[in-house]
Design a binder for this molecule. Structure first.
Ligand code: NAD
Ligand code: MG
Length: 394
């Protein structure tokens, strides 16, 4: 029986993780659930899954939640609050596996704490990895933690990779990774019309049902940019070994191209319960609840090269990883600020890459030697991006 902590239980990945866990009550026990401020959903999850701990990160919502739990049938649940409590539950002795499903930089410290504590880290929170890069990967190797990718593409790559690629030896068998992307909702929109894209249009993804931030990232293709950096870190590859491939049907979730000419692909319906169940059952397999793929329904599979003029965010991600050091941290932070401003209707969709590039050009790159440097540059990039937005003067 494994103890499970879900960081970001109320989000899209968190809800899918609970769905999978509930199918295997003899294998997983839910120990801790966390949310930022969505206390109604967290309360329902507590009633249904009866964890030992529940964390409300947003202090202003914590007291109301504590009162609700105290007068419920699950009053023995220990309720904690604040950002530190996320780290506390991610490192509990009773916890074996931590689903890192907080969105954005807010997930970094608890995910890193889980990695340092040697937990099995099920990593959905790609921003945490992109911003901390080698520091995160070193924490994993030093503690002996298992790091299993949840991002559908990285989970697909993980399944297609040779054993022991982590050591770098078997990596020599791999020529490159083909990282697939749906292309999002604006793949075919005339480029000059993209300036008028609304938040509602941007969050309506054609194939996947996800949180708002990652949906906007998919529409700009910054999501693929972050995933390219994520793939370099997870699989010890250089950026020129990652080829982004637009595959609008989202049947193949990524491929590994071997030196002998073999290409291995992982396929399935677009349902995040598949990579979640893969990682939770690893190295075994169990049922995920996802609809099996009917290969006869797959009428065609298209593949095209991404157009960097349409998707400048993808170009910026390559620019950031090639600059190295703290630049991926700056890329991620400026993107988080720009996406939030777009969702709040403060900027246009096409301003997102402009703001990120200006922030990248203004914050000097530093060697990302320790967490303090990372957090300092994350903060600087956020301030700079806010400044740039204020100067847009809408
Ligand atoms: P979401 O917006 O649906 O959920 C985010 C979760 O994080 C919520 O539980 C929220 O309460 C919590 N959270 C937000 N801010 C917080 C804060 N400051 N402190 C503590 N908790 C906070 O997001 P999602 O779509 O589930 O995505 C989660 C992560 O998984 C992201 O990093 C995303 O890139 C990644 N991911 C998601 C999908 C998907 O299909 N949704 C696929 C691949 C990767
Ligand atoms: Mg993905």
């Amino acid at each position: 029986m494994k103890g499970l902590c879900i960081l970001g239980a109320t989000g899209s990945i968190g809800v899918s993780t609970l769905d999978v866990a509930a199918r295997h009550p003899h294998l997983y026990k839910v120990v801790a659930l966390t949310a930022n401020s969505n206390i109604d959903v967290l309360f329902d999850q507590c009633l249904a899954h009866q964890p030992q701990y529940a964390v409300v990160a947003d202090e202003s919502k914590a007291q109301e939640f504590k009162n609700k739990i105290a007068s419920s049938t699950v009053s023995d649940i220990k309720v904690l609050s604040g950002a530190k409590a996320l780290e506390e539950v991610a490192t509990l002795d009773e916890v074996d596996s931590v689903m890192a499903a907080i969105v954005g930089a807010a997930g970094l410290l608890p995910t890193l704490a889980a990695a340092k504590a040697g937990k099995t880290v099920l990593l959905a929170n790609k921003e945490a990895l992109v911003m901390s890069g080698d520091i995160f990967m070193s924490a994993v190797s030093e503690s002996g933690a298992h790091l299993l990718p949840i991002d559908s593409e990285h989970n697909a790559i993980f399944q297609c990779m040779p054993a022991h690629y982590e050591t770098g030896t078997d990596g020599k068998q791999v020529r490159r990774i083909l990282l697939t992307a749906s292309g999002g909702p604006f793949r075919e929109m005339p480029i000059e019309k993209m300036v008028d894209v609304t938040p509602e249009q941007a969050v309506a993804h054609p194939n996947w049902d996800m949180g708002k931030k990652i949906s906007v990232d998919s529409a700009t293709m910054m999501n693929k940019g972050l995933e390219m950096i994520e793939a370099c870190l997870l699989f010890n590859m250089s950026p020129d070994q990652i080829q982004v491939v637009i595959h609008p049907q989202s049947v193949i979730h990524s491929m590994v191209d071997y030196v002998d000419g073999t290409v291995l692909a992982q396929m399935g319906n677009p349902d995040m319960r598949i990579p979640i169940a893969h990682a939770m059952a690893w190295p075994e397999r169990f049922e995920s609840g996802a609809k099996p793929l009917n290969i006869f329904d797959v009428k065609r599979m298209d593949f095209e090269e991404p157009n960097l003029e349409r998707f400048p965010c993808l170009r910026l991600a390559y620019k950031a990883i090639n600059a190295g050091g703290t630049m991926p941290t700056v890329l991620n932070a400026a993107n988080e600020i720009a996406v939030e401003a777009f969702l709040n209707r403060e900027i246009k969709f096409t301003d997102i890459p402009v703001i990120i590039e200006k922030a990248m050009d203004s914050v000097p790159v530093f060697s990302a030697g320790n967490l303090e440097v990372i957090l300092e540059h994350d903060g600087k990039a956020r301030e700079t991006a806010k400044h740039i937005i204020a100067e847009l003067n809408y």
